[in-house]
Design a protein around this ligand. Structure first.
Ligand SMILES: C[S@@+](CC[C@H](N)C(=O)[O-])C[C@H]1O[C@@H](n2cnc3c(N)ncnc32)[C@H](O)[C@@H]1O
Length: 266
């Protein structure tokens, strides 16, 4: 798909991608959650499952990908709705009991301003639960950035390949903790967690990144360069990590939770 996400490719590793989501949900304190939002909801299946598990009164999933939203709308329920929106700008008027965002915040810049807007949307005692990948220093990510600067791809990007948003946007865990504190979040819980993915062979990493980090290149490259890009990436990656069977893919993520106190909420 040239201009959008590919839900089928993303869902190829649905089980592995769901684990951090459920770890994040575990951080959310149980109790009455009347109004919630799932920012960057993707295909929406996890949005619906979380709404059911947490007994949420009304949950809205927001995404900017038409392909993802088309999938999500198939999961619509009485208590769950999906709508188009830009999570970078999203806010609300202190009326949400939960702002949830799994594997989406890394796509947008200026986390200080974005988190300030998200926290402003929380009602008194409202909770923020966010998970971001932090694997930008792994060869799986460095190899694609390297290939994007090689020909013929560099020219196709007019000499300016899209940078890895995780490398550019994602802060260190301690910076998120400090930021949350400064934004009035009580007892912020921030942790770095390594998710172990055991693949049959190291080349399988390509199937994983095709569903996420490579999508930024596909959006900018003409369709006829998609396969050559993936082939060049596979070569570069295997040069870096070797042709290994099985392959242990260690994937770092940051889990963030916090609650605003009654006086801090707007
Ligand atoms: C890696 S997927 C995660 C989807 C879902 N949260 C999950 O855990 O399966 C990231 C999602 O964020 C969405 N996204 C990225 N930037 C966005 C933006 N600025 N506004 C709204 N959605 C955005 C993408 O369209 C995509 O569906």
């Amino acid at each position: 798909m040239a201009t959008d996400w590919n839900p089928a490719q993303y869902q190829r590793f649905a089980t592995q991608r769901a684990q951090p989501f459920w770890d994040l949900v575990e951080l959310i304190h149980r109790g009455a959650i009347e109004r919630a939002v799932d920012l960057g909801c993707g295909t929406g299946d996890l949005t619906v499952s979380a709404a059911e598990r947490l007994g949420i009164g009304h949950m809205t999933g927001i995404d900017s990908s038409p392909a993802m939203l088309e999938q999500a709308e198939q999961h619509g329920r009485v208590h769950v709705a999906f709508e188009y929106g830009d999570i970078a700008r999203w806010t609300s008027d202190g009326d949400h009991d939960l702002v949830l965002a799994n594997a989406a915040l890394q796509w947008v810049p200026d986390h200080q301003a974005v988190l300030e807007r998200w926290i402003a949307a929380l009602a008194p005692e409202g909770q923020l639960a966010v998970q971001v990948p932090a694997n930008h220093d792994h060869p799986s990510h460095l190899a694609s950035s390297h290939v994007s600067h090689q020909e013929p791809f560099a020219s196709a990007f007019d000499g300016e390949p899209p940078p890895d948003p995780t490398a550019v946007n994602v802060l260190a865990p301690e910076q998120y903790a400090t930021l949350l504190h400064e934004l009035g979040v009580r007892e912020p819980h921030v942790r770095l967690q390594v998710y172990p993915h055991l693949f049959e062979r190291s080349a399988d990493v390509v199937e994983w990144t095709k569903g996420t980090s490579l999508t930024r290149f596909f959006r900018r490259l003409p369709a006829e360069l998609h396969d050559p890009f993936v082939d060049a990436y596979r070569e570069e990656l295997l040069d870096r990590i070797g042709r290994v069977e099985p392959y242990f893919y260690a994937f770092k993520r940051i889990l963030i939770w916090g609650r605003v106190s009654r006086t801090d909420a707007r």
